[in-house]
Design a protein around this ligand. Sequence first.
Ligand SMILES: Cc1ncc(COP(=O)(O)O)c(C=O)c1O
Length: 354
Amino acid sequence: MDIKFIPTPQKRQKPNFNKLGFGQYFSDYMFEMNFLPGQGWVNPEHKAYGPISIEPSSMVIHYGQTVFEGLKAYMTPKKEILLFRPQRNIKRLNRSSARICIPEVDEALALKAIIEHVKLNRDWVPDVDGASLYLRPIIFSTEESLGVAPSDSYKFMVISSPVGAYYAEGFNPVKIYIEDEYVRAVRGGIGEAKTAANYAASIKAQQIAKEKGFSQVLWLDGVEQKYIEEVGTMNVFFKINDEVITPQINGSILQGVTRDSVITLLKDFGYKVSERKVSLMEVLAAMNDGSLLEAFGTGTAAVISPIGEIYYNGKTLRMNNGKVGPLAQKLYDTLTGIQTGRLEDKHGWTVKVE
Ligand SMILES: Cc1ncc(COP(=O)(O)O)c(C=O)c1O
């Protein structure tokens, strides 16, 4: 299917690429395609970024039938633009959609739309160390109806935002707040889907953690509040003695693209990696007896985020002396090296845009 191109009459003003922050500025072009009753996905087009009009009765506003993705385009030292495993994000978008009855998009068309979107916005891919163009595909329901049911119409869009280095003050360990009152997701729920409701469920705890001086929330399982699930917008890993452990995929944890890449790299490095249930008590005991050597989060935004402190039950516990561990550093250097074309891409993860 060809994608129509409507040139923008006026380019948007670019920010200072050295002071970007996260998700504050939006590039010139957006992609849009509609799902209409009896027609399926039709009318794909690239056009100027700008407001869209939806009715107040649009179902997404009331019942949140919407999914999204997050991936990045990186500028290499040779001035090529690379995407990191975009096919994985597209597959996950379709899996999230299937969970909440949104019709799937054609994977090849979605990849073509993303690649063309980056080409059209090539001036917005920052040529600054640590910065990138963050791509945000979204699908949402548009039927005008107040009945609780799958919508008969949807919009698929891609917008993008130049984002800065995640670590403004360098690659430093973060402080984590263990949340044992609120839960983010439950067994049989929608935790595995990248859908708005999961993020709405997390805002309150995130705000409490911020007020107490912690940057992220570590979520426990929603049934017994005993097992570790994930951290904010990251999956989580613990190095206990020689074993690197990450919570197994169980339906309520997002299947991170970075998580999968880190598991592959750890195996390349010769580590024993276990995807299994890991209880909070196991981690606290390993902290106490000194066998917990490192802990870190993994996700598209931060890539690797070493954990320096955790707060639980009124106590703050330090790990690795509040320093970045050697494994977190090695994973960060390797992954960012592959993503920006500075290291060999042995697994064929990157996709060249141009
Ligand atoms: C809840 C949640 N967990 C984990 C992740 C990490 O996933 P990825 O590595 O694909 O960015 C994200 C970010 O997308 C997230 O929102």
